[in-house]
Write a protein that binds this ligand. Structure first.
Ligand SMILES: N[C@@H](CCC(=O)N[C@@H](CS)C(=O)NCC(=O)O)C(=O)O
Length: 268
């Protein structure tokens, strides 16, 4: 292991260590989730020490008090940050908290008013135009079939159109002729966008071939983050088709199936 690489810990077998570290930073994450990967990569890249509390969504662990105390999130969603007694939901809030508390390099979340406003402009747009759209193909191809559901063709078509529209806007409205989405350097916007795009690539490996400008942007962001970190963080989701084909994904428990059905019914 390279020096400085051991800054996160899994402490399940060491209760004393667990108690000691409970005073420090804990991150409840499942790397299958886009916002969780953004938080994970940000903490790792910035060498922020944290205890990883892995929550396997497909096994319904976010609904199980043993893995995910109710006090952490009224909505049973990851990511969650716990810093001593302070509990924080929402990936963007978590990223901003970490960037301020650990004074990460300014380019991530610039102190410059207008540069910061551009990051929020992107994040607001992403919440409207990407968040509910880019995750759908994974539901169509992997998650819905896990519980025996097929998403209707019209919805799949509608989603495809919405994805293309959003990708075009990413290039035209945000990237334009800059190296990164909102500035000349990597920001929280690039990290959040990359993780949403990775969710698409997981089930459409050739996606970036059709979007060369975005492909070049992805290369720049990943080169900055580091290949090893990206491979580690993206490995789970990028292998999901293979795992599904080999029947290696868990059967979601019944309480999880209900919430999956609700999520599928919200696909427009
Ligand atoms: N807006 C939230 C979204 C969190 C979220 O939707 N998390 C999903 C995983 S991507 C989750 O925990 N889903 C579990 C469920 O809804 O049952 C954020 O950015 O943190």
């Amino acid at each position: 292991m390279a020096p400085g690489e051991n800054f996160f810990l899994e402490t399940g077998e060491f209760p004393l260590l667990q108690t000691f570290l409970a005073m420090g930073l804990e991150l409840y994450l499942d790397l299958l989730s886009q916002p969780c990967r953004a938080v994970y990569i940000f903490a790792r890249k910035n060498r922020i020490p944290f205890e990883l509390r892995a929550v396997d969504l497909l096994k319904g662990q976010h609904m199980n008090k043993e893995f995910f105390p109710v006090s952490l999130s009224s909505r049973a969603k990851v990511p969650v940050l716990k810093d001593g007694d302070f509990v924080l939901n929402e990936s963007v809030a978590i990223l901003i908290y970490l960037s301020s508390k650990y004074q990460t390099p300014d380019h991530w979340y610039s102190a410059d008013l207008q540069a910061r406003a551009r990051i929020h402009e992107y994040l607001g747009w992403q919440a409207d135009c990407i968040r509910s759209v880019f995750g759908v193909p994974l539901w169509v191809q992997v998650l819905a079939p896990l519980i025996g559901v097929q998403v209707p063709k019209e919805k799949v078509e509608y989603n495809r159109t919405a994805i293309d529209r959003a990708l075009q806007q990413l290039e035209d409205k945000f990237l334009r002729d800059k190296p990164f989405l909102t500035s000349q350097q990597v920001t929280l916007a690039d990290l959040m966008a990359l993780e949403e795009l990775i969710q698409l690539v997981a089930v459409d490996h050739d996606l970036f071939e059709r979007w060369p400008q975005l492909a070049a942007w992805r290369e720049r962001v990943e080169a900055f983050l580091g290949t090893d970190l990206c491979q580690e963080a993206h490995g789970v989701v990028l292998n999901i088709l293979e795992q599904a084909a080999n029947k290696m994904l868990p059967d979601p428990p019944s309480e999880m199936q209900l919430s999956m059905l609700r999520r599928i019914s919200r696909i427009p």
